[in-house]
Design a protein around this ligand. Structure first.
Ligand code: FES
Length: 126
């Protein structure tokens, strides 16, 4: 079973979904994994309180980039509250393989960036 998840991670790493930039993002947030210097930028377009468009950019290991790619698919169409409610466990379930302590920061960097961006928009008009 792990193999399927591994293949999925490699596929997202090699063919990242939603990679690039939006023309006029409402939310733009960037952060770095302090342990390795790898980085992720997330951009969101919000319409009626939902993620209408999403893009990410960054450089880093397979886990961080695949996690970012998968998360962009996960949050597309969700309300900002639903995005805020995403947890570490959701990311680990999405990745589907055991993630050791060293890789945990890689796996969670994209979620951290997304949440930081979305929490900055607390009072988004409905
Ligand atoms: Fe840098 Fe994974 S080694 S994010």
């Amino acid at each position: 079973m792990d193999d399927l998840y591994r293949e999925n991670i490699i596929d997202h790493y090699r063919h990242p979904r939603n990679k690039g930039h939006l023309e006029t993002p409402d939310i733009h947030y960037h952060d770095v994994n302090p342990f390795c210097g790898d980085e992720i930028t997330i951009e969101l377009k919000v319409v009626d309180g939902r993620v209408a468009e999403v893009a990410f950019d960054g450089k880093g290991c397979a886990i961080s980039q695949a996690s970012a790619s998968m998360l962009t698919e996960e949050i597309l169409g969700k309300t900002l509250d639903e995005v805020r409610a995403l947890e570490k466990e959701d990311v680990l379930e999405m990745l589907g393989i055991p993630i050791g302590p060293v890789r945990m920061k890689c796996a969670l960097l994209p979620l951290k960036v997304i949440k930081a961006g979305v929490w900055g928009m607390e009072d988004w008009p409905e």
